[in-house]
Design a protein around this ligand. Structure first.
Ligand SMILES: [Ca+2]
Ligand SMILES: [Ca+2]
Length: 262
């Protein structure tokens, strides 16, 4: 009888014991916080998000995201693209980075040290991808995405008039600031500003983020279906949203950051 009670309530009992242990030994709180507490994301999702954090965000490789990473990003990206500070794309990047940094600190900086650790980054995504959170945000997110699609100056040539449909087809569940971030990433890759990302453009940009050319070529071939599918803004949005939201290893969006092994 007693054994049966223990078996039926094993989870609850373990949680009570763990909580009591953490109260008695505060150092275990730290251990839990850093290694064991992002349970809302799969190991696969964490792996993808850590790669994104290390490759595209923590540019000075301090394992922390700070204001200085954005300053470095601005320098690196404007040099890569020859964007002068009068270029609308530079101005948009500048505004975006300021906004991104404030949003990240507001949403992710749990310990208030004005730095985002990879743990805090994962916790933010765990919250973003929470089903209730998705439900609340999705309508507003889609409205913003449509606005970006309508306002963008580099309209995909073959999809005139299909902007609203394009937004409707997209997955949901991303924070609002991602609408600007996705446009910025597209403009970063689309070096000749013709509305399509080619393999050469993609490989060239990722080389600047220390991704080996052979690897980024393989990644491009995967998400472009052996270079048979045009990577225009609509498809890029689809892939990027898939990268952040999908828990399926077969999703083509998994490869959009140049990672091929998971
Ligand atoms: Ca850093
Ligand atoms: Ca922090």
């Amino acid at each position: 009888m007693f054994l049966s009670f223990l078996l039926n309530h094993a989870n609850i009992i373990m949680n009570i014991i763990m909580e009591a242990f953490v109260c008695c030994f505060p150092c275990t709180r730290l251990w839990n916080r850093h290694y064991n507490r992002v349970s809302g994301l799969s190991e696969f999702q964490k792996h993808k998000l850590r790669h994104d954090f290390e490759t595209f965000w923590d540019l000075n490789k301090t394992k922390l995201l700070e204001g200085s990473d954005f300053e470095l990003a601005k320098k690196q990206i404007s040099a890569l693209n020859n964007w002068k500070d009068t270029d609308p794309r530079y101005r948009r990047m500048d505004r975006l980075f300021q906004d991104l940094w404030h949003q990240l600190v507001f949403n992710a900086d749990i310990d208030g040290d004005n730095k985002i650790s990879s743990y805090e980054w994962l916790k933010m995504w765990e919250k973003n991808l929470d089903r209730e959170e998705i439900k609340e945000n999705s309508d507003t997110f889609m409205k913003e995405m449509k606005k970006r699609l309508n306002a963008i100056s580099i309209q995909p040539k073959d999809t005139a008039g299909g902007e609203a449909d394009a937004a409707d087809k997209m997955s949901k569940g991303l924070p609002m600031w991602m609408t600007d971030y996705i446009l910025y990433k597209f403009e970063l890759f689309d070096r000749n500003n013709d509305g399509v990302i080619t393999m050469d453009e993609y490989v060239h940009v990722l080389k600047d983020f220390r991704i080996p050319q052979e690897q980024s070529r393989k990644a491009f071939l995967k998400f472009s279906e052996e270079d048979s599918r045009k990577v225009d803004y609509e498809y890029f949005c689809e892939l990027t949203i898939e990268f952040y939201t999908s828990n399926c290893r077969l999703s083509k969006g998994n490869f959009i950051t140049g990672q091929i092994d998971f």
